[in-house]
Design a protein around this ligand. Structure first.
Ligand SMILES: Nc1ncnc2c1ncn2[C@@H]1O[C@H](COP(=O)(O)OP(=O)(O)O)[C@@H](O)[C@H]1O
Ligand SMILES: [Mg+2]
Length: 277
């Protein structure tokens, strides 16, 4: 057992005394961690440089587990399938998605007993992601611009021209700082079920996602400015009409997010290849 794994396992042993079902993990990013299997309320992470620390379990989403590992990052762990094309799509949408700083797969070893060491191994996927504030938490602390819902809807429409958007509900929406606290940028951090549909594919609203999206907006801001647009069928004219009436501070968000979304054609081709697999 090398030194790094030895230290991780020592933590596992220590933690095992208080909590059963621990998991040791060593990633190719150069840190090793030990975390608890079900019920995942704590994760014990050991970093090469900063020593070990206990990270809080945030929440399990539909298929993955999120842990706050400190330093402004969240570690997500799940099966490879549970990650979908999230890494590739996020890389194309740097101002729209929470930034993923590393991702890979690793063997997760569930520690069954110590001396003799007994493990059960599972192959899992993981990603280390910039931690963002949930939109609903932000909305409860800040007064959001009265027309912010128009901006958020315009961003959704723009994304829907390229992607089938799934899971755009309360538990998957965050914010990135915009020009002011009243005009944050909407940010998505769960893109695991999104599918690339083509460069300019969308011609309808993503109806199945729309209701949960609007419900979330309703928790944080006034959605009445949206009413004239909600029943319209064609995305592009509707988007253009909203952009025409958006106040400058909100339009600035959209411009930053949409410009960067255009990416390089080769990146889109890569995504299309993934989608056709
Ligand atoms: N970048 C992030 N910043 C803050 N919290 C996050 C972030 N990513 C995930 N989380 C938390 O972890 C939970 C699970 O992550 P999510 O990506 O939604 O997984 P799932 O695909 O299983 O729904 C989220 O509901 C959220 O509470
Ligand atoms: Mg989720």
């Amino acid at each position: 057992m090398d030194q790094e794994a030895g230290a991780a396992f020592a933590i596992a042993e220590r933690a095992r005394n208080t909590k059963p079902g621990l998991v040791a993990f060593k990633s190719d990013l150069g840190y090793a961690g030990v975390f608890q299997a079900l019920p995942k309320d704590l994760i014990h992470v050991w970093f090469n440089d900063t020593g070990d620390s206990t990270a809080a379990y945030i929440h399990n989403g539909r298929t993955r587990f999120g842990y706050d590992v400190g330093g402004g990052y969240v570690l997500k762990v799940g099966t490879k399938q549970a990650f979908g094309d999230e890494v590739a799509i996020s890389a194309l949408l740097p101002k729209v998605a929470a930034t993923i700083i590393g991702a890979g797969s690793t063997t997760l070893q569930v520690l069954l007993s110590g001396r003799p060491w007994e493990f059960r191994s599972h192959l899992v996927a993981w990603s280390m992601v910039e931690k963002v504030e949930l939109l609903t938490d932000f909305g409860s602390r800040n007064q959001i611009h009265p027309q912010w819902s128009l901006y958020a809807f315009a961003l959704l429409l723009h994304l829907s021209r390229h992607f089938a958007l799934r899971d755009v509900s309360k538990t998957n929406l965050g914010i990135k700082p915009g020009l002011s606290a009243a005009t944050p940028m909407l940010c998505f951090f769960d893109l695991a079920d999104w599918h690339f549909e083509g460069l300019n594919a969308g011609s309808w609203f993503p109806k199945y996602s729309l209701r949960s999206f609007i419900e979330t907006l309703r928790c944080v801001c006034d959605v009445t400015p949206l009413e004239p647009y909600l029943r319209r069928q064609a995305v592009v004219p509707c988007l253009n009409d909203i952009i025409a009436v958006l106040p400058a501070a909100l339009k600035a968000n959209l411009e930053i997010q949409m410009v960067l979304m255009n990416g390089r054609l080769s990146d889109w081709a890569h995504l299309a290849a993934l989608a056709n697999q």
